[in-house]
Write a protein that binds this ligand. Sequence first.
Ligand SMILES: Cc1cc2nc3c(=O)[nH]c(=O)nc-3n(C[C@H](O)[C@H](O)[C@H](O)COP(=O)(O)OP(=O)(O)OC[C@H]3O[C@@H](n4cnc5c(N)ncnc54)[C@H](O)[C@@H]3O)c2cc1C
Length: 355
Amino acid sequence: MEVEAGVRTGTVHRIARENGLLFPPDPGASEQSTIGGNIATNAGGPHAFRYGVTGSWVTGVEAVVPPGEVLTSGGPLRKNVAGLDLTSLMIGSEGTLGIVTSAWLRLVPAPEERSVVVGFYEDTHAGCDAIAMIMGSGIQPTALEFLDRGALESSLGSFPAMAPDRAGMAVIAETDGTAEEVARVVGELVEAMAEGALLPPVTIVDHAAIRDFWTWRDGVSIAVTAQRGGKISEDVVVPVELLAEAIEETVRIGESHGLPACSWGHAGDGNLHSSFLVDLSDEDQMQRGKEAAAGIFDMAMRLGGSISGEHGIGSLKTAHVEDALGPVAVRLQAEIKKVFDPKLLLNPGKKIPLP
Ligand SMILES: Cc1cc2nc3c(=O)[nH]c(=O)nc-3n(C[C@H](O)[C@H](O)[C@H](O)COP(=O)(O)OP(=O)(O)OC[C@H]3O[C@@H](n4cnc5c(N)ncnc54)[C@H](O)[C@@H]3O)c2cc1C
């Protein structure tokens, strides 16, 4: 599919689906976000676990680069290794190298069926054991998500299926394929997720119920924000076997700064949205929230992870990029930025720390 950059992600999903096809990347807020923005941030989302992030589905871009030239890189070809891969360089560059004006997107046949399985657990360790069981057993769900206790306290009231009154962790797995494949994998997921669960895992198979479920999941961020009116939320990534440690450390960092904290996110990718609840008009809380966020970056680095799994760097995280990537990578990125944008006009101060 060739689309202009301003087309909404949800529109691409719908047009693909109406033609029996699937565009898998599904970052939250797809009714607001554009394909250009998804490419600029190399957005992920729940189904990146099986299908990969936006960049895995972009075979070419058209972009305007300073001082106003049109760059066409890649296109509707399945393979193309001529020259340096400028398409990949544009993907995730957060508008610092050029303005993406259109893109070629790869589509696949839409799966016949899909189903969701949700398990609720007493605590983080029981939930992470279920994740390890799923991954270790060789089952490949399309999405493998989690919510910790704090995220559940904010959102469980509107969960659109049977749920316990309280839980320390929820694990969500989705699978797709032919009807037979889905039925088989759902059985395997239920078995893998049953051990240690508070209730038998909840299975959601009806199309409308699955849609309601993902509407609820997309609203988790908003439900958490509503607790105090604001949140400072990061999207660090850690090795998946250290997810439990990162979830618990997020709560401890919040406590040490006097702020309620929680996390949720893409468990299979080790990608957490570690969040501190704040009142946006309270300067003291905001300051403590920023210090707590710096603690989250330190934790991610200590655990062998990264300061951003999918939301990117923007302006807020540029100060942490050198610690995360080291001086050589930062110098080369600054040089690349200057080749594309010698007057440093595009998104100044974002993504790439410049001397
Ligand atoms: C409720 C919620 C849930 C979310 N969940 C996820 C998630 O699960 N996974 C995930 O990865 N993300 C998630 N996001 C973030 C979302 O993916 C990004 O906000 C979105 O992809 C950015 O697209 P946009 O069109 O909104 O871009 P904008 O926010 O408008 O822009 C983002 C950046 O891209 C640049 N940019 C935008 N368009 C272009 C262009 N055409 N050319 C060059 N640069 C451009 C902008 O300058 C800016 O730096 C979530 C966001 C919300 C609000």
